[in-house]
Design a protein around this ligand. Structure first.
Ligand SMILES: Nc1ncnc2c1ncn2[C@@H]1O[C@H](COP(=O)(O)OP(=O)(O)OP(=O)(O)O)[C@@H](O)[C@H]1O
Ligand SMILES: [Mg+2]
Length: 251
């Protein structure tokens, strides 16, 4: 049984079809890269999977259970974690407290008191390399450090599925490589499926994803093993122009 299954999911905003009859499956421990031009529906798809929006049509299954209309606060404890395209830290709280919030509201939330959540946050912070910022308030972090903290907060949820919306955008390529290697290790060790939005960072797709899903105008146009997907003429079409040039420049 797939970890996540979408059946003909459609999400509209007024007359605009942001996600158009998308079906897909994600297996446990799988790495999937989601690519697509601006406005192609990547974030909306994440929002439908995490329960920020309910789809207008279609169904979402997690571990075989229909969660199409389950509120997002009930999905996190099931093991659906995410990062946000625009990080939303509690700015006046410390890095440690921010990451601990992930632990409290994640899949082991019921079993963790504040003290244990903070201790678990410390472990995660060490693993993501933010130890020296532990006691700083999140508001003073650089944008890249905020992204790292987001990843830490999501990992502290002990998710089974981790949705990463541009979590590595703006990072130096060597830091991306480092982060990707780290995520692969964590994902394999803990059996976490990762679906990462990796637009403009094609090198990250190549390094990390087993599967690439390409969205265009809300439709899924490609869903294939990475090498096959990157050689697909439809992917080249979608990336013709600026993004295509960038994709090559970054190899
Ligand atoms: N809350 C919303 N209300 C109205 N329209 C929205 C909303 N969220 C997204 N849209 C529209 O839906 C479409 C898909 O947007 P979405 O943010 O999912 O794309 P994206 O692939 O994540 O883009 P980007 O690469 O810029 O992050 C766009 O046309 C966008 O303007
Ligand atoms: Mg987006």
């Amino acid at each position: 049984m797939a970890l996540l299954r979408l059946e003909d999911v459609t999400k509209r905003f007024g007359g605009l079809i942001a996600v158009d009859q998308v079906s897909l499956t994600i297996d446990r421990g799988e790495f999937v890269g989601i690519v697509g031009p601006n406005g192609s529906g990547k974030t909306t798809l994440f929002n439908v999977i995490s329960g920020v929006f309910y789809p207008d049509a279609g169904r979402v299954f997690f571990n075989g259970a229909d969660i199409t209309r389950m509120p997002s606060y009930k999905r996190a404890p099931l093991g659906i974690g995410r990062t946000f395209q625009i990080p939303r830290p509690f700015s006046s709280a410390t890095v440690r407290e921010n990451v601990a919030v992930g632990a409290m509201f994640g899949s082991q939330g019921r079993h963790l008191n504040v003290e244990k959540s903070l201790a678990f946050a410390d472990e995660v912070i060490d693993r993501i390399g933010l130890s020296k910022h532990r006691e700083k308030s999140a508001g003073v972090l650089t944008p890249v450090e905020k992204k790292l903290m987001e990843i830490g907060r999501a990992l502290a949820m002990r998710p089974k599925l981790l949705l990463m919306d541009e979590a590595m955008a703006g990072m130096h390529p060597s830091d991306i490589d480092h982060m990707v290697a780290f995520l692969i290790t964590v994902a394999k060790e803990e059996g976490i499926a990762i679906v990462a939005m990796v637009e403009h960072i094609m090198r990250a797709v190549v390094n990390m994803a087993e599967t690439v899903i390409v969205l265009d105008h809300g439709e899924k146009i490609v869903d294939a093993p990475t090498n096959e997907a990157l050689n697909d003429p439809r992917v080249v079409d979608v990336y013709l122009g600026k993004a295509h040039g960038e994709a090559h420049a970054e190899y």
